[in-house]
Design a protein around this ligand. Structure first.
Ligand code: PMP
Length: 289
């Protein structure tokens, strides 16, 4: 029995889970998505992910064919049908089938699919030794061009940055905005620790408001750290005690080198390690089933 994918109202086998070449998700990247995780049968922050999906769709004037409640049920059903407890869930809504022009009014019905599969974890050494990062030439999308707060199928800004990081021989890219302020990485938010403060950029610099970011800000506050959501430059990263990234797939991952500058001791720091533990605990405690 193979993987079953939810596609427009029914579960189909993996090899039958196909969309039309006229789908505007493919032709124009016109659509939205979420990446969600379940831990031991508990879906982490499902409501928040669905909230963000509907907000992205609202701005794009894309009508999601199911209600939030129905979508929640369908996500849980997709896990059940595949007997998955620890999974990565990809929920995608595209503008649907249209003609070769880009007018979304010609697309009569959105395409909706949900894939739940085993998670491919990041290599263990990323967490033990930390990541090496570099700032890249590609700047993050200007919020008035394509706001990074929208989680859309247009990821070319991030993909270009990823290519540049790979070419530079590092694990991940840091994107700055047009003013030179630090925004985020290609699929993770960024934090730094200095003394008893934890800093992360505010949404208006041009970031995705990560759901892991939000959870980690809460955990940092609960552990007595001052959380500061404010703009900063590369200099603050180079001179930080610790740097780490957050995301649904990565969770919390330490950073030990940026643009050839060692961060702190050059090894994952105590605050990062403490937050990693607290986050793990949270994922096993909280969630929707
Ligand atoms: N920034 C970008 C550009 C992302 O794609 C993601 C992950 N999808 C994140 C940040 C992290 O967000 P979250 O914690 O909600 O997964």
């Amino acid at each position: 029995m193979g993987l079953k994918v939810y596609l427009d109202g029914r579960f189909v086998e993996k090899n039958e889970a196909v969309v039309s070449v006229f789908d505007h998700g493919l032709l124009y990247g016109d659509g939205v998505f979420e990446g969600i995780r379940s831990y031991n049968g508990l879906v982490f922050k499902l409501e928040e992910h669905l909230g963000r999906l509907f907000e992205s769709a609202r701005t794009l004037m894309l009508e999601i064919p199911l209600s939030k409640k129905e979508l929640e049920k369908t996500v849980l059903e997709t896990l059940k049908v595949n007997a998955l407890k620890d999974a990565y869930i990809r929920l995608v809504v595209t503008r649907g089938i249209g003609d070769l022009g880009l007018d979304p009014r010609k697309c009569l019905k959105a395409t909706l699919f949900i894939i739940a599969d085993k998670i491919t974890l990041y290599p263990k050494e990323y967490y033990e030794k930390g990541l090496v990062l570099a700032t890249v030439p590609t700047v993050r999308n200007h919020p008035e061009a394509l706001n990074p707060q929208l989680k859309t199928l247009n990821y070319l800004n991030n993909i270009l940055a990823k290519i540049e990081a790979t070419n530079a021989g590092v694990n991940e890219a840091i994107l700055l905005n047009a003013q030179g302020y630090v925004t985020e990485c290609t699929g993770e938010n960024i934090f730094f620790v200095k003394g008893k403060s934890v800093w992360t950029p505010p949404p208006y610099v041009g970031i995705l408001k990560g759901i892991t970011r939000e959870a980690v800000m809460g955990l940092a506050e609960a552990s007595g750290l001052a959380v500061r959501e404010d703009v900063f430059t590369r200099h603050e990263l180079y001179t930080a005690d610790e740097v780490f990234l957050t995301g649904t797939a990565a969770e919390i991952v330490p950073v030990v080198k940026i643009d050839n500058r060692l961060i702190g001791t050059g090894r994952p720091g105590p605050v990062t390690l403490k937050l990693m533990k607290a986050f793990k605990k949270l994922t096993l405690k909280e969630g929707t089933r």
